[in-house]
Design a protein around this ligand. Structure first.
Ligand code: DX5
Ligand code: ZN
Length: 231
């Protein structure tokens, strides 16, 4: 049965922490989700990979539906797939709240964004590390969320690319609405959070930094604490 997200997806005063389930122990998925909920996770980040756009395959709407049945947190769905427009409806049905497509995969990005919004989901656009910020020029006002990849997409546990800090800053300066989210994804851990926030990020995805810890709840709490200290 589909449950409604308990928290409204509005641009918050506080920073959003979104654990990436890619690094979770799937043998105990429900327990792992409870751990991050207990730590104060704001969203759950779900990485959909197709083995074409990125060199890895993960999961699809079926697992999103399972996660929806476990948690009421907003589901932040990151599509690393070619021709993502084929799957918009399926992810809506599965219970996604936010659907982010990669700019590199969308020749008709404006149409794709409108399709996502017309189904009542928040629409995001993501940029690979090598994709220039100016590629957002014509679309930035239409999206709810911009996701800056701070590693090359495809795998969890990679090293943060430091030059992406400047990119985050540039994109923040291009953003016009305070209601838009600026999300960073890849290699995010406690050592970089303050700088990311200073650059203007307000949604932090973290996989390894959370799920590789013995105490997952504590790992989320620590991240949340750092964000509240820096706001
Ligand atoms: C990478 C994914 C990320 C990944 C982040 O392509 O988009 O969401 O799970 O994991 P960490 O935080 O381990 O880099
Ligand atoms: Zn992701």
């Amino acid at each position: 049965m589909k449950t409604n997200p308990k928290s409204e997806i509005r641009n918050p005063k506080s920073i959003v922490v979104a654990p990436s389930l890619l690094s979770a122990d799937f043998r105990n998925l429900e327990e792992q989700i409870r751990f991050v909920e207990k730590g104060g996770a704001d969203w759950l980040h779900l990485d959909i990979m197709d083995g074409h756009f990125v060199p890895n395959i993960t999961f699809g709407p079926m697992l999103v539906k399972t996660v929806r049945s476990i948690s009421q947190l907003p589901l932040d769905t990151h599509l690393m797939v070619e021709k993502p427009e084929r799957f918009i409806e399926a992810f809506k049905q599965a219970g996604s709240d936010i659907l982010t497509v990669h700019i590199e995969t969308c020749p008709h990005l404006h149409r794709t964004i409108q399709q996502i919004k017309s189904l009542g989901m928040k629409a995001g656009v993501s940029l690979n590390p090598s994709t220039p910020t100016h590629s957002l020029d014509e679309i930035i006002e239409d999206v709810d969320l911009i996701l800056v990849m701070t590693v090359n997409p495809g795998f969890g546990g990679q090293k943060f690319i430091p030059s992406m800090l400047k990119k985050v800053e540039e994109i923040r300066s291009m953003m016009t609405s305070a209601e838009q989210f600026l999300e960073v994804d890849g290699g995010v851990d406690v050592t970089i959070v303050a700088e990311l926030m200073k650059a203007g990020a307000n949604v932090l995805v973290a996989g390894k930094a959370i799920f590789s810890q013995k105490d997952i709840t504590r790992a989320v709490k620590i991240l949340k604490n750092i964000t509240s200290k820096n706001t």
